[in-house]
Design a protein around this ligand. Sequence first.
Ligand code: DGY
Length: 321
Amino acid sequence: MKQTVYVTKKLPEELYRRLSIQFEVRMWGEEETPVPREILLKEVAEVDGLYCFITDTIDREVFERAKKLKMVSTCSVGYNHIDVQAAAEKGVKVGYTPGVLTETTADLTFALLMATARRVVEASDILHNGKWGSWSLMQMTGQDIYGATMGIIGLGRIGEALVKRAKGFDMKVLYNSRSRKPEKEEELGIEYADLKSLLQQSDFVCLMLPYSAEVHHLIGKEELALMKKNAILINTARGGIVDEDALSDALKNGVIWGAGIDVFEQEPVSLDNPLLTLPNVVALPHIGSASVKTRLGMAHMAADNLIHVLNGNVGKANVVG
Ligand code: DGY
C-alpha cells in the first residue's frame, strides 16, 4: 500500500504527478489561501508525510495530532514556522530547501537596496500621478550605493552571495555573525565588526540571518539610534527580527533615512501597518526567492526531501539537525 502525503497548498501539476507516482497524495486546493487550521489538524492525523510552506504553523499541536507522521518537508529554507523540538521528540524529520534560492534571494536583496536608496518606487509614483513638474536639481535625490559601506548581519549562504554583489559596486563590507569567520574574511575581502560598530559605520544594514527566539527584535529603538542618519535598513530575512514600531518611529523622525522591507511580523501585512504609509519605505510581499526557476527548484527539492525520507534514505535528504 502507498504511503500518504498531505500538501498544504495547490502544487503545479508536474509536482503533483511526481509525488502521486510514489504516494497517495491529498492536497489543499488553493494556491493563495492557506489551509484552514482545523483541516490541517484533521489531515495530519493520518498521513506519513506533510509537504508545507512558510504560511503554515506546524507547532506542537500538529505533531500531537499526527499518528504516523515521519516527515515534514517545507518548501522554504527558513523553518521557523515549524516546532523542530516537538518534531524531534516525536521522531519526525524536518526537511528544508537550502542552496537553491541563495542567488535569487541575494538578487532581490540588492534590488531592494537599490530601489530604496534611489527612491525608485516613489519616483515612479510621482511620474504616474502627474507630479513630475520639471527636472530640478535636488528632485528625488537618494543615497549613493557605489563605494558605500554595507553591514551584513548573518553571514550564511545568502549573506555571502550578497557580499559578491556588493563587491561589484566597490562597497566596503562589514559583517557580524554568531561566530567570526576568518577564512571568509580573507576569501571575500570583508571585515568582522561587533553589532554596535557595524550599526554605527554602515550606510546599508542588511539582515541576512534566520529567525529564532534569540534574535526576536534584534533591531529595536536602541540599535536604530546607533545607525547613521543617512543609513538604510534592508530586511529580506524575517519580520520578527525588527521591532516594526521602533522602525516606523525611526523612519518618521529621521533617525535613519530609509528601509527596504520584504518581510513582516504578520504576513500578509495589514494595510494599517504604519510602515506602509511612509514614503521612505519600499515594501514588498515576501518575494525574495520568487523567480520561476527558483520557486520550481524549491518545490522539487522539497518533494525530493520527502521522497528520500519516506523511502528510508534520510542521508540523501536536506533535513534539519
Ligand atoms: C524561505 O525560503 O525561507 C523564504 O523566506 C521563502 O522563500
